[in-house]
Design a binder for this molecule. Structure first.
Ligand SMILES: Nc1ncnc2c1[nH]c(=O)n2[C@H]1C[C@H](O)[C@@H](COP(=O)(O)OP(=O)(O)OP(=O)(O)O)O1
Length: 174
């Protein structure tokens, strides 16, 4: 099973005067993906973990490659097993709030900020709605999703579960 990552960057929305708004108005950065698994949907930036890198190193690299920013504080907040006819993955989910630079379009992705309470769920993975709101709100999640023909056939989700935060920090994948 291949290791992969997702990064969900959350920023506190600003009012017109530039003041921090209520946390309910937080926003998260999604990408409209141009290629790869889940293309033509809105997803979090991320990708396959390369041999010799840790999932945390992967998520920093993939965010840099896909939207051109440096994420500073990714924290592992979830993981899920994904199974389909042609791709299986253990997906390590990270949440971050600090970054440097401004998101830019690349040949892989078009970045777009969305209010955390108004996600384009109909244009996202069907199972995102089962775990992503919890993660965006600062919780944790663990899951197992079996897809067939692009639709989820088995969905197992636990939220607010202990996540080994060091997982993927110190242990490079094979
Ligand atoms: N079920 C589900 N929900 C949300 N996100 C995902 C899944 N299954 C998945 O595999 N994913 C995510 C995990 C990764 O971010 C990508 C899969 O990796 P991919 O984008 O193909 O890898 P890259 O390295 O970015 O692609 P290429 O560079 O090889 O084009 O999907």
């Amino acid at each position: 099973m291949r290791d992969a990552t997702l990064c969900h960057l959350v920023r506190e929305a600003r009012s017109a005067s530039g003041e921090w708004a209520e946390s309910a108005n937080d926003e998260t950065l999604l990408i409209h993906k141009k290629r790869g698994v889940g293309s033509d949907q809105y997803v979090g930036p991320g990708g396959k973990v390369e041999p010799g890198e840790t999932p945390r190193e992967c998520v920093v690299r993939e965010v840099r490659e896909e939207v051109g920013i440096e994420v500073r504080d990714p924290v592992k907040v979830g993981e899920f097993e994904y199974y389909s006819e042609d791709w299986n993955a253990l997906v390590h989910v990270y949440r971050a709030t600090e970054y440097a630079g401004d998101p830019v379009e690349t040949d892989e992705a078009v970045p777009e900020w969305f209010p955390v309470d108004d996600l384009p769920l109909s244009e996202m993975w069907a199972t995102d709605r089962d775990w992503l709101p919890t993660v965006l709100a600062g919780g944790t999640s663990r899951g197992r999703f079996v897809y067939h023909g692009g639709d989820p056939r088995l969905v197992e989700v636990e939220t607010d579960v202990p996540i080994e935060r060091t997982a993927g920090v110190d242990h490079a994948t094979s």
